[in-house]
Design a protein around this ligand. Structure first.
Ligand code: NI
Length: 158
């Protein structure tokens, strides 16, 4: 595995729509492993999308530190949402900023895992928030686009 450079706000690639992955090649597996390593390297990372390392493919990794551990999502689809929650978010591609975003409280998501097997899961709370945030990256959306007006502010790193 290797660390990859994280693309930050202002780079036009973050605004592009990521493409569906047709085949899970060893290159894609390495991409996801590298993304996870890059995310863990920054102790605030709980999710990272492929576009954030400059690859326009529909994939992201998530690990909120719960019993699921690392979850790989390839070609994900959020198929239903329920309720609402107000979330405090940050993003490795928007360093130094935090903000609050309204997200669904619960979601149902379908995707392929790193072996190409389809899976689906329900997620709620922080996990639902994180998946929605990463999912937005696949369509060129940043949390600052959706932030509740007046909530985006500079945050200091601990
Ligand atoms: Ni992000």
């Amino acid at each position: 595995m290797a660390l990859r450079n994280i693309v930050t706000e202002g780079d036009p690639i973050l605004r592009k729509k990521s493409r569906t992955i047709e085949e899970i090649t060893p290159r894609i597996v390495k991409l996801l492993d590298d993304m996870a390593e890059t995310m863990y390297y920054d102790n605030r990372g709980i999710g990272l999308a492929a576009v954030q390392v400059g690859v326009l493919r529909r994939a992201f990794v998530v690990d909120i530190g719960d019993e699921h551990g690392r979850i790989n999502f390839i070609n994900p689809e959020i198929t239903s949402t329920e309720g609402e929650q107000r979330c405090s978010e940050g993003c490795l591609s928007v360093p130094g900023k935090g903000g609050e975003v309204m997200r669904p409280m619960k979601i149902h998501v379908k995707a392929l895992d790193i072996d190409g097997n389809p899976f689906e899961m329900d997620a709620e709370g922080l996990l639902a928030d994180c998946i929605c945030h990463e999912y937005d990256h696949l369509d060129g959306i940043l949390f600052t686009d959706k932030a509740i007006p007046g909530t985006v502010e500079a945050v200091e790193r601990e």
